[in-house]
Design a protein around this ligand. Structure first.
Ligand code: FE2
Length: 275
């Protein structure tokens, strides 16, 4: 990490908790977060055709709001086979019961796979505590780990790395290339695309972290992007053979408002052919 990024990450970690505590004095004051957008990503891959997954990121769920119920309702209607969440689950330890109330509701819909982001580490909650709570709620936490799901025709490998923006991602957990295997990589920050190498057999990478810039002023370029985005704001990005999708996420950092940057639920639909 470059020294300006070190400084920015340090400032971010110092500001995260005090700002959360300040805005928790007015807990219902949120702007631009009440409604979400559903993005559909199609991926041509006949062995998984007909399968559907939901991708969420950047929950920052320290307080359960009515909008979280609406997210659960939307996901329930989508009837996914799997739900993937790429970190920034919360900001402060007091968020744990609220976070796991949300995850438990998602777990009633489909298996849930989670990895960690920078704010999860800034919160001071030990990884072992996340792991223990995830176990208890039957949620799969992947921290530089992978798991295999058999879909009948081929296997789906889900790899979850620790936060790339804090340089905690260890790609040695990516399994080798194999026939009849689709490998999905869950990572919090977009800079993972600069770390994967040609030999990493990864079909699709899902991430968040950018919040889509969180505030988009018409006519102005994106002016807020945390370290670890490497200039990537949202949507599809490719490098070499690797393909990455950046989801704008559901929550907020530092200030409880979004501007022209609605929260996002992404749906991945595997198809037989290009639709
Ligand atoms: Fe975030």
């Amino acid at each position: 990490m470059s020294w300006p990024d070190h400084v920015r990450a340090y400032i971010g970690s110092c500001l995260s908790e005090p700002l959360y505590r300040f805005f928790s004095l007015v807990p219902h004051w949120e702007i631009g977060l009440s409604t979400h957008e559903v993005s559909t990503l199609t991926y041509v891959h006949p062995p998984l055709a007909g399968r559907r997954a939901v991708h969420l990121t950047d929950l920052h769920l320290d307080r359960y709001h009515a909008r979280h119920d609406r997210v659960v309702e939307t996901i329930d209607e989508l009837q996914p086979d799997w739900i993937f969440i790429t970190g920034d689950l919360l900001n402060v330890p007091e968020g744990l019961p609220h976070l796991f109330r949300f995850l438990a509701r998602l777990r009633e819909i489909a298996p849930v796979f989670v990895t960690l982001g920078n704010h999860d580490h800034y919160s001071g909650v030990p990884v072992a505590q996340y792991a223990e709570l995830a176990d208890r709620h039957k949620v799969t936490l992947l921290v530089n780990q992978s798991t295999v799901i058999s879909t009948g025709v081929e296997e789906l490998v889900i790899v979850g790395v620790d936060d790339p923006s804090l340089h905690r991602a260890d790609l040695r957990c990516v399994p080798p290339r194999a026939d009849r295997r689709f490998t999905l990589l869950l990572a919090h920050a977009p800079n993972i695309l600069d770390h994967v190498e040609a030999h990493h057999a990864i079909d699709l990478i899902l991430c968040g972290h950018s919040h889509g810039g969180q505030w988009q002023v018409p006519g102005l370029p994106t002016f807020w992007l945390p370290p670890g985005c490497n200039g990537r704001v949202a949507g599809w990005h490719e490098l070499g053979e690797h393909k990455l999708y950046i989801n704008r996420g559901l929550g907020w950092s530092f200030l409880p408002f979004r501007w022209n940057c609605r929260p996002e639920i992404a749906v991945i639909e595997w198809t037989q052919e290009q639709v």
